[in-house]
Design a protein around this ligand. Structure first.
Ligand code: ASP
Ligand code: MG
Length: 417
């Protein structure tokens, strides 16, 4: 017998029929003798609607009340799934975040989980053989007692955190795709599903644009060593061989991956904007004068490239910010212009970041050099480059994104045969 967390996203619980399908998946695991905690999202579209209502009520609203509103979507799904399971003869009860409790920070709208005590859930497995149906996305702040939410996509994080808290053997994430791919299959038809991927690689993929899992859920999995299995909720429960390995991708420790490729996947993001500060004075404290105010404004800066000054007096500095923050970043820099001292700002929003990821890069030289050559052959200009131990990212014109991704996907032998 093992203990499992099963997480179902919004499209998997979009209506009563799909909730019934979910219940049959849960029953399948119960019949196989496992203890199960289910974590559910709001029904597809619900959270968007709730967010919209908050904004309509007041564009600048109290985020504590925003959390009260948006947390409600998950409550509906959890209750409906518990009812459906009971109707199938499976003992089940729903749990809201505060009932467990899932204790979080008080950053309303994107709270972090501080602690989850799994004792109550474990006791009920033992004494009542009961499925725990848990509202994802929700938590409670210990001191204020107010409801919090974990940021969009946060029920992935709820699921992994619950898995850690109850010592689950695995956290299954049921979603509308059947696993993690080498890149987005809608862009590259020859993208392959990965059988396994290391936490660290998945963390990069998720942070750099792949939308399968919330980034924090992967972080948590890595820290607590929770094996995460991404699989499709649209497979028919009765078609699944209880003894076989179902299609999906296991996110695990790198030691569990036998055949390690040099490159595992390619991520891309078009939600990027480039800002270049021309002829900045080249003196100590300039970087602090630029990035301090941006950080205070909550703007996430990435891909910083600074030239070594030719004349010893001024230099150029380029970096990227999320496209949504582009205008605000420009304002912040204009306001601090006197303090920073620069000639002018240039920028572009029609840029994309393409990233190549693989743990094998640690031990292989020249991986990025191949990419530079291949993109040059296609006439694709590289605006900025950043590298780390297991990835490199290239900033290019957005119009070339698909071509670049396809080129690199073939170059690194990721195409399925
Ligand atoms: N319902 C929330 C959202 O749509 C949380 C989740 O689905 O993970 O963001
Ligand atoms: Mg999601």
């Amino acid at each position: 017998m093992s203990r499992l967390v099963m997480k179902f996203g919004g499209t998997s619980v979009a209506d009563i029929d799909r909730i019934r399908n979910v219940a049959r998946h849960v029953k399948r695991e119960i019949d196989a003798g496992h203890e199960v905690a289910v974590v559910v999202s709001a029904m597809a579209g619900t959270t968007n609607q709730l967010v919209k209502w908050c904004t309509e009520a007041a564009p600048l609203h109290d985020t504590r009340e925003y959390d009260v509103v948006v947390a409600s979507g998950e409550q509906v799904t959890a209750g409906l799934l518990a009812i459906t399971l009971q109707g199938m003869g499976v003992a089940a009860r729903s749990w809201q975040g505060w009932q467990i409790p899932v204790l979080t920070s008080d950053v309303h709208g994107s709270a972090r989980i501080v602690e989850i005590d799994g004792t109550k859930l474990i006791n009920r497995f033992r004494d009542h053989s009961e499925v725990a149906v848990i509202c994802g996305f929700q938590g409670i702040h210990e001191e204020t007692g107010r409801i919090t939410t974990l940021g969009r996509g946060g029920s992935d994080t709820s699921a992994v955190a619950i898995a850690a808290a109850i010592g689950a053997d695995r956290c299954d994430i049921y979603t509308d795709v059947d696993g993690v791919y080498t890149t987005d299959p809608r862009v590259v038809s020859r993208a392959r599903r990965l059988d396994r991927i290391a936490f660290e690689e998945m963390l990069e993929l998720a942070s750099l644009g792949a939308k399968v899992l919330q980034v924090r859920s992967v972080e948590l999995g890595m820290v607590h060593n929770v094996r995460i299995f991404v699989r499709s909720s649209f497979d028919k429960p009765e078609d699944i061989d209880p003894h076989g390995v179902p299609p999906g991708t296991l996110i695990c420790n790198e030691e569990e991956i036998v055949e390690q490729q040099v490159v595992t996947g390619i991520a891309f993001s078009k939600d990027e904007a480039q800002i270049s500060i021309r002829r900045v004075e080249d003196k100590p404290g300039v970087a602090a004068a630029i990035f301090g105010p941006l950080a205070e404004a909550g703007i996430n800066v990435d891909m910083i490239v600074q030239n070594v000054s030719g004349d010893g007096a001024t230099t150029d500095l380029t970096f990227t910010v999320p496209a949504a923050d582009y205008v605000r970043a420009g304002d912040v820099l204009a306001t601090s212009r006197a303090k920073i001292g620069y000639e002018r700002l240039d920028g572009a929003t029609d840029v994309a970041k393409v990233s190549v990821i693989g743990i094998g890069m640690r031990s292989h030289a020249g991986v990025a050099a191949g990419a530079f050559r291949a993109l040059a052959d296609r006439g694709i200009n590289i605006r900025a480059i950043t590298t780390s131990e297991i990835k490199f990212s290239l900033l290019i014109d957005a119009a070339y994104t698909e071509l670049a991704v396809r080129t690199l996907h073939s170059l690194y032998g990721l195409d399925k045969s």
